[in-house]
Design a protein around this ligand. Structure first.
Ligand code: SF4
Length: 344
């Protein structure tokens, strides 16, 4: 029997032990599913993503959008194009628009402000996923109505973080996430599984961090090596370990919104369905318009690239129903639960 209390109390030795083997998986998956049912219910929330710019000024070793990658056709959507796309999403009945890009300073404070103000008129929740910006900008955009901010911490191992992000530190990323949380955003963190040199202990640190900041959203995906990056020769993350981490994240933060990530669906045709069975409760259909969509290539084999512009909406709804869950119709804010007690 696994010890749920030790998991929730972040006993690092114990977490390391159960992360490094698959022998507890059946039990971990079952308990994560029970906790998901109990604390967030049967609804799966849809978050429609607009990847509005694939320019990035950063150098993350694992990412296809990194500034050094010259094998990528770069694009930027205009403010009008972005708002128009958000309108289409709202008309499709989806209540969250995720605005995602590389770290692209071309979009000034004012431009992002205008986009937020226009999209808020559509009666949808807005998630920003545009990387690190200034604390002042986070504040301005929150006051304008942005609801959520998604910024994965990628790894909570300070050494590994420094290796993967030249010139940057985990402490800095942590400070940004803490400020975002303090400002009242629903705050999204998350990490990759299977990074080069990543240990089970490092993954235990990831769970400790999502607990420390009480992450409202937790995105977990396998690392998929991109041939246009310095990590092209790496092995990458596997399905089983990634699912184990999704399930453990559900046990650690029972009320968080946890997506079954696109990366999970990219390494296995049923990866997202497994994610939803083992703790996840969010799907993020891709609503980036063509012809831009194929150029937001974080990693190879990314699914849904050549779909009809809006095909992902029907596809994800069908997927949700096929495993007996319900398509959420609201904004999908994090559920407030007075007290979390887990007796599994
Ligand atoms: S992970 Fe984000 S910040 Fe890093 S290179 Fe990719 S898009 Fe840029």
């Amino acid at each position: 029997m696994i010890d749920v209390k030790k998991i929730q109390n972040i006993d690092l030795d114990y977490l390391t032990h159960i992360i490094e083997t698959d022998k507890y998986d059946e039990e971990i998956f079952r308990i994560a599913d029970e906790i998901r049912r109990k604390y967030v219910g049967e609804e799966v929330h849809l978050r429609a993503i607009i990847e509005f710019s694939n320019y990035c000024s950063q150098h993350c070793l694992y990412c296809g959008l990194r500034a050094e990658n010259k094998n990528l056709q770069r694009y930027r959507m205009t403010v009008d194009e972005i708002v128009e796309r958000a309108r289409l999403i709202a008309n499709l009945g989806i209540k969250t628009v995720v605005l995602q890009s590389g770290e692209d300073p071309y979009y000034t404070t004012e431009m992002i402000s205008e986009i937020i103000s226009e999209i808020k008129k559509l009666d949808v929740a807005i998630t920003l996923s545009i990387g690190e910006r200034s604390f002042e900008e986070y504040k301005i955009w929150k006051e304008l109505g942005a609801d959520r901010y998604l910024m994965r911490h990628e790894t909570a191992s300070p050494q590994l973080y420094a290796k993967l992000h030249p010139g940057d530190t985990f402490e800095n990323r942590r400070a940004h996430l803490l400020e975002i949380k303090r400002l009242g955003y629903e705050t999204g963190a998350g990490f990759m599984v299977g990074l080069p040199d990543q240990t089970p202990y490092d993954l235990a640190l990831d769970l400790a961090f999502i607990k420390e900041i009480d992450a409202d959203m937790i995105g977990i995906g396998p690392f998929i090596p991109n041939p246009d990056t310095p990590l092209k020769e790496s092995t990458g993350g596997d399905l089983q370990t990634t699912l184990r981490m999704v399930a453990l994240a559900r046990i650690v933060v029972p009320t968080a919104n946890i997506p079954a990530t696109t990366a999970l669906g990219s390494i296995n045709p049923f990866g997202r369905q497994y994610g939803l069975k083992y703790g996840a409760n969010v799907i993020m259909p891709n609503l980036t318009p063509n012809p831009y969509r194929p150029n937001y290539s974080l990693y190879p084999g990314k699914i849904c690239l050549f779909e009809r512009d809006t095909a992902c909406v029907e596809c994800t709804k069908t997927m949700i129903k096929s495993i007996g869950l319900v398509v959420g119709e609201g904004y999908g804010y994090r559920r407030k639960v007075e007290e979390v007690s887990v007796d599994c």
